[in-house]
Every structure is written in C-alpha cells, then in structure tokens.
Write a protein that binds this ligand. Structure first.
Ligand code: MTE
Ligand code: MO
Length: 211
C-alpha cells in the first residue's frame, strides 16, 4: 500500500516537472465519475457509427471494430472536479489512423466532432483536437479491456502527453465513456456538460472550468 506521503511526494514531483495543472491534485486511485447508470453491452447488437460531414457513413460491429488499427498512448488525465491521474496507459483506435488508411473520408465542411454515448451523454471537440495524438477511442486501460465503470467496451479518451505542450489538453469530461458514435459537424454543437455551463474548450492549462 502506498503511504499518504507517497501521494504528496508524487504530486510535488509532478508539480516540479510542470505536469500538474493549476487547481489540480494527484490521485493514486482511479475515480469513477459519470451521470446516470452504466449501460449494458450486447456484442450482438452493439454498433459503432460515424456520420455527418463524411463522404460515406461507417458502421462497425464489435467484431469488426477489433480489426481496425489500434495504437497505444500514455496520458495524464485531468478531471474538472480537481483530480489528476498520471501516466495512464491506453490502447485503442485513433481517428487520424482511420483517415490515413482511407477507412474514413471527411467532407471539407467537417470542423467539429460530437461524441455520442449509450445513455445519451454527449461531448463536443473541435476536429483539430480529435485528430491530435492525445485523442483515442480506447478499448483497453493498463493492458486490460476497460471495466464497465470506466466505459467498456469503448470510450473517448483525452489527456496530456508530457513534452507535448504543442497539443491542446481539455478536461477529462471531453472523453465519452460507452462511446457509440462520432458525428462530424460543420457547426459546433454543445454536449451534456457544455450545455450545463461548463467551458466549451475546457483547457486544463488555462483552467477553463466553467463559462
Ligand atoms: N458517457 C459518459 N461519459 C463520461 C461521463 C458521463 O457522465 N457519461 N463523465 C465524464 C467525466 S466528467 C469524467 S471526469 C470522465 C471520468 O471517467 P472515469 O469514470 O473513467 O474516471 O468520464 C467522462 N465521460
Ligand atoms: Mo469530470
């Protein structure tokens, strides 16, 4: 068991390395945070869809989704409720890879992306951010399939990559658990927390929590 002083020592270290955003504190746990109930997953009926400002709509079964190119990233995640978890390892599908493979073709009008989740949660991001290396549609955390609480079978993931201050990093609500689709939009559309008064960009380094 890590001692409380370990938590504090690690937080100090992250702070000195410039990895602790303003107003955040380090947690060694993995808090579970969501609105509503954990939705059921049925591999027979589950579909992942991409629609909107795309040349052709996509729809994958769970089996087909496994065949898409997967990559691994390690991210620091920052929740707007002030906890941060460092060096979290994820595996999943990058939107950028689907475009580079030609699997997904966007219309020139595509400028924003709305993540849709089972249960009705939504969150929006600019297209530019969804194509960055710090956004992933994740199937695995720490080498294991996601747990139901953390978004099984698929979740949007966004966080900070150390040494990549060129990438914008929004708060963790901008990654939808139980992700079922991406809608590409020409005009921005607010998601669940964004409509409730949270900041549209939610940049962790600028501490953009509420509007
Ligand atoms: N579908 C869905 N996704 C969601 C949320 C939610 O309420 N529903 N909450 C968001 C918030 S506020 C955070 S901080 C993270 C928490 O993810 P975790 O429970 O895996 O830590 O999920 C995000 N994704
Ligand atoms: Mo959050």
């Amino acid at each position: 068991m890590p001692q409380p002083t370990d938590r504090h020592a690690q937080e100090k270290m992250m702070e000195s390395e410039g990895r602790l955003p303003p107003g955040q504190s380090l947690t060694l746990k993995f808090p579970v945070l969501h609105y509503g109930a954990v939705p059921e997953f049925n591999p027979e009926t589950w579909r992942f869809k991409i629609w909107g400002e795309v040349i052709e709509e996509c729809s994958w079964t769970w089996e087909e989704f496994q065949e898409l190119p997967h990559r691994e990233i390690t991210l620091d995640i920052h929740c707007v409720t002030h906890w941060s978890k460092f060096d979290t390892a994820w595996k999943g599908v990058a939107v950028k890879d689907l475009i580079e493979k030609g699997t997904l073709q966007l219309k020139p009008e595509a400028a924003h992306v709305l993540q849709h989740a089972a249960g009705g949660y939504r969150t929006n991001l600019p297209l530019e951010l969804v194509l960055q290396d710090n956004f992933l549609m994740a199937t695995h955390f720490d080498g294991q399939p996601l747990t139901p609480d953390h978004g099984f079978p698929l979740r949007g993931m966004v966080g900070h990559i150390p040494e990549r201050s060129d990438l914008k990093t929004p708060y963790f609500w901008k990654g939808a658990k139980w992700l079922t689709g991406l809608e590409f939009l020409s005009e921005d559309q607010l998601g669940f927390w964004e409509k409730a008064g949270y900041h549209n960009e939610g940049d962790v380094w600028k501490e953009q929590r509420k509007r």
